[in-house]
Design a protein around this ligand. Structure first.
Ligand SMILES: [Zn+2]
Length: 374
């Protein structure tokens, strides 16, 4: 994992001179959020967008842009649909593979750049257009361009700004408008498809042979992926920590947040790492004369205490009832409703985050109620 040489890294550019372009918005709260939009909201978004587009005079060049990444990060592409002669005429379709390994946000910015570059060369004082209206379904790309202080992608944003300045010098105003994505607006769908095609084309680029200039984000992603892959490899072959590996086969930098007292969280962490004060471990360290549990039936191991020891029957019954309720309420598939150590202590990636958090809380209550020395 070697980051690209610095001459292939985009320069950092001061964009503080920038003053925003005309900003219009047809969005409002009623239109909901992407992915959670109801059929009613989608329809409203479509009607509002239609109304807006129909209100534009024929001196406006209507542009739809979209970026797409196959995976996040992944091969990424950009596309623009440009209606040079109104919405009813065949548009110009532009598509461009952008990177073998980047984000859809990168694609979204690149799509706006692609569209504006086209507009700079095809509009001007001798043309009929005095406005370019760009419809993007990416709020953050819009905010970056208007805000003038992007977190990376400096070259792209700087290019976008200079395209806009050139257009303004040619007496062409630029509008940047957010449209709700995936609400069946034909041109938006068309740009979506063209961006996906471009991303597909980028996927044929071999990562090692990709000598395009890298954004700081791409380099960071590249390094992060490399570190994570190295960490995963060494975690897989480590001789120590096999118990923890059985609970957490995949390395992860995200901590599981809970609302416990620190003491309970520490005990859960001890159980997950196998380093506890339970007899089996304490005996190994020479703290106790025996590794037998005080119930006398078996070794005081983590599975024994959590799943079998009669001393903890009462809190265990509560734990099992709570787990069953969590599964039932979340409609968890039956094959995932196992009550075992990986489910109780592990991250169990097959379960949704809210279920995992509820399980962790129930485990914490079991630990507190059991008063076991962990
Ligand atoms: Zn016992």
């Amino acid at each position: 994992m070697i980051p690209p040489p610095t001459d292939l890294l985009e320069p950092s550019i001061d964009l503080t001179y920038w003053s925003p372009v005309t900003q219009k918005s047809i969005t409002n709260e009623e239109l909901g959020r992407s992915g959670r939009r109801s059929a009613e909201q989608a329809n409203l978004a479509k009607v509002k967008t239609r109304e807006y587009l129909n209100s534009l005079p024929n001196t406006t060049l209507i542009v739809f842009t979209d970026g797409s990444a196959l995976g996040n990060p992944g091969p990424c592409g950009a596309a623009a649909i440009i209606h040079t002669h109104g919405l009813d005429m065949e548009p110009v379709i532009l598509g461009k593979p952008i990177s073998s390994n980047s984000s859809s946000y990168h694609g979204e910015l690149a799509a706006i750049d692609l569209a504006l570059e086209y507009c700079v060369t095809s509009t001007g004082s001798h043309h009929q257009h005095n406005t370019v209206s760009i419809q993007t379904d990416c709020q953050s790309a819009k905010a970056t361009i208007l805000g003038g202080r992007p977190n990376g992608f400096h070259t792209l944003v700087s290019n976008i700004h200079s395209h806009i300045l050139k257009l303004e010098q040619n007496r062409v105003q630029v509008e940047l408008i957010w449209v709700a994505g995936h609400v069946n607006i034909a041109s938006n769908e068309m740009s979506d498809k063209a961006a996906k095609d471009a991303a597909l084309e980028a996927s044929t680029w071999c990562k090692e042979e990709d000598n395009s200039v890298k954004t700081v984000q791409e380099v960071k992603t590249h390094i992060r992926q490399g570190i994570m892959a190295d960490w995963q490899r060494s975690w897989n072959i480590q001789l120590e920590g096999r118990f923890t590996h059985s609970l957490f086969p995949s390395v992860n930098t995200k901590p599981m947040r809970t609302n416990f007292y620190m003491a309970t969280d520490i005990k859960i962490n001890r159980l997950q790492s196998g380093h506890t004060l339970l007899p089996s471990h304490a005996h190994k360290l020479g703290f106790t004369p025996t590794d037998l549990c005080s119930c006398g039936r078996d070794k005081g191991t983590i599975p024994h205490v959590i799943l079998h020891c009669p001393i903890y029957n009462k809190p265990r019954e509560t734990l099992i009832t709570e787990l069953e309720t969590i599964f039932r309420k979340a409609n968890t598939p039956f094959h995932l409703r196992t009550i075992d150590i990986p489910t109780i202590l592990g991250p169990n990636d097959a379960l949704p985050p809210d279920v995992r958090l509820s399980i962790r809380k129930a485990t914490g209550r079991f630990i507190s109620a059991s008063q076991a020395k962990i």
